[in-house]
Design a protein around this ligand. Structure first.
Ligand SMILES: CC(C)(COP(=O)(O)OP(=O)(O)OC[C@H]1O[C@@H](n2cnc3c(N)ncnc32)[C@H](O)[C@@H]1OP(=O)(O)O)[C@@H](O)C(=O)NCCC(=O)NCCS
Length: 458
């Protein structure tokens, strides 16, 4: 891990507040009104927020929220822009038939910059109102609202993979679920000299955001984690379920600096006390020593036969710290979805894997980003990007692709070559000796040396 790359950019507090308070998109409002529905923002300080939360819970097949849970969520929801669609003709007109929440956050991109990004969450449509275009109106509405607010990118994590490609989103960072047979793994990694200690949940709640904020810019795909998520990991809300099963440890280096922490739960096997299972809920390491020390601690726990963790990278150094790599069963899933809204701003913010010039001919079904763009990446990884005028011709490798495919490559985790072979992208060899050389050039330029990752759901 290198600390030479510094964080830069990110969303300012006034922009975040303006986006939260901004209006709903007029085009979607008109469309929903024509169908007898009312599309509006919801105040988290009013009673309507409780009904909105109940609708979200129902949409995700959860049980009804208690008054204590609502109070606790309300207290932690100040960062969100909350929107609902209401059906005044129904018997419970105060309960929305559709919900969405969004907020202006930071997305880490290749090279250490943070780009302001519209995070979208809590997308539900009541089963009584499904498949009438309400979700489409809400999503298009949020994307247009983000564009109107000058936000260059949107992002989300998904319940189903098939939902969001139609709006230009694509999985740009995958997550790896790990299940490690600890009796078989055999630690061969470093054994740093610092110390591991148990700490209270309240302490780990304080530590996690500080440690994460210090390193999140180093991994493309990570975001600024909302405080409510840290409370959930640490089990520090008054209504947290099974908080008592969470254990927290920190790693302190020999200089006395706390450099990492982990939260995990142990699930005993009552038939065989040597076969307990450990779920790692969150592990944050500010350097390689902390990473090795924390994972070694977890893999060498007595009476534990299996350690699992579900939001790891596809390229964890951990794999090279165990003697038997087959002790780790790794399953990979689509996870961080990205949707570029402003191609010039988005592409100028990230760094590139190699120098080179590309013309990107982008097709966007929603019309937010359609156009031809010239990207000129320099040897230091920075790039200048500009929209080409109609009919302007440039002698450079031309990549024709949809906005979803461009978004898939944005964090450097999906190669143009893969997308070409999948029939999703076309490359014109202009300026290159052959198509295969042109594809290799485009893949090198848009690639990145570290796999992107996102360590939470939102
Ligand atoms: C997913 C959900 C929000 C869709 O709402 P909806 O109002 O029925 O969706 P729409 O009628 O606007 O459909 C929009 C498009 O998505 C498609 N679609 C909707 N649900 C889909 C599903 N589950 N799988 C695949 N496609 C789906 C529709 O066919 C339609 O396609 P088109 O416009 O390209 O022709 C709704 O079913 C829901 O609340 N599900 C449970 C909660 C959930 O999973 N939310 C998503 C969290 S990430």
């Amino acid at each position: 891990m290198t600390t030479s790359e510094k964080a830069s950019g990110g969303a300012g507090e006034s922009d975040r507040a303006a986006f939260r308070a901004g209006p709903v998109d007029e085009q979607s409002r008109v469309r929903l009104t024509a169908n007898g529905l009312d599309y509006r923002r919801v105040s988290i300080d009013e009673d309507e927020f409780a009904s909105w939360l109940q609708a979200v819970g129902r949409g995700f097949l959860d049980s009804e929220r208690s008054a204590e849970q609502i109070a606790s969520i309300r207290e932690r929801s100040g960062y969100r822009r909350v929107t609902g669609v209401y059906d005044p003709a129904g018997p419970m007109p105060e309960v929305p038939v559709s919900t969405i929440a969004s907020w202006l956050g930071d997305l880490s991109v290749p090279g250490g910059a943070l780009i302001p990004s519209c995070a979208i969450s809590a997308v539900t449509v009541s089963p009584t109102h499904r498949r009438r275009g309400i979700a489409r109106a809400m999503l298009e509405g949020e994307l247009r609202a983000a564009q109107a607010a000058g936000i260059p990118v949107a992002m989300l994590t998904v319940s189903e993979s098939t939902l969001y490609g139609r709006y230009g989103f694509a999985p740009a960072a995958r997550r790896a679920g790990w299940r490690i047979d600890t009796k078989r793994a055999g630690w061969i990694g470093p054994r740093p000299d610092g110390r591991i200690d148990f700490i209270p949940r309240e302490r780990v709640r304080e530590l996690m955001p500080v440690l994460h904020d210090g390193i999140r810019h180093l991994t493309a795909g990570e975001i600024d984690v909302p405080g409510s998520h840290w409370d959930n990991f640490a089990g520090t809300t008054p209504t947290a379920e099974k908080a008592g099963e969470k254990r927290a440890v920190q790693y302190t280096d020999v200089a006395g600096e706390v450099r990492g922490a982990a939260i995990y739960a142990v699930h005993p096997d009552h038939d065989d006390f040597t076969k307990a299972k450990v779920s790692v809920h969150y592990l944050v390491a500010a350097d390689d020593d902390a990473y090795a020390a924390l994972w070694r601690f977890l893999l060498e726990l007595d009476l534990v036969a299996e350690v699992s963790s579900h939001e790891l990278s596809v390229d964890e150094p951990l794999l090279w710290m165990i003697a038997d790599q087959r002790a780790a069963k790794v399953s990979v899933f689509d996870h961080q979805y990205v949707r570029i809204i402003d191609v010039v701003a988005a592409l100028e913010t990230r760094r590139y894997g190699a120098a080179g010039s590309l013309v990107l001919d982008v097709d966007d079904a929603l019309g937010l980003s359609t156009g031809r763009y010239l990207l000129e990446a320099a040897a230091d990884g920075s790039a200048r990007v500009r929209a080409l005028d109609d009919g302007e011709s440039v002698e450079a490798v031309t990549v024709s692709l949809g906005i979803a495919e461009l978004s898939a490559t944005y964090l450097g985790g999906v190669s143009i070559e893969t997308l070409v072979r999948a029939g999703r992208v076309a490359v014109d060899a202009k300026g290159a000796a052959s198509t295969s050389e042109a594809v290799a050039t485009a893949s090198r330029v848009l690639g990145w040396h570290t796999a992107p990752r996102l360590s939470i759901w939102y």
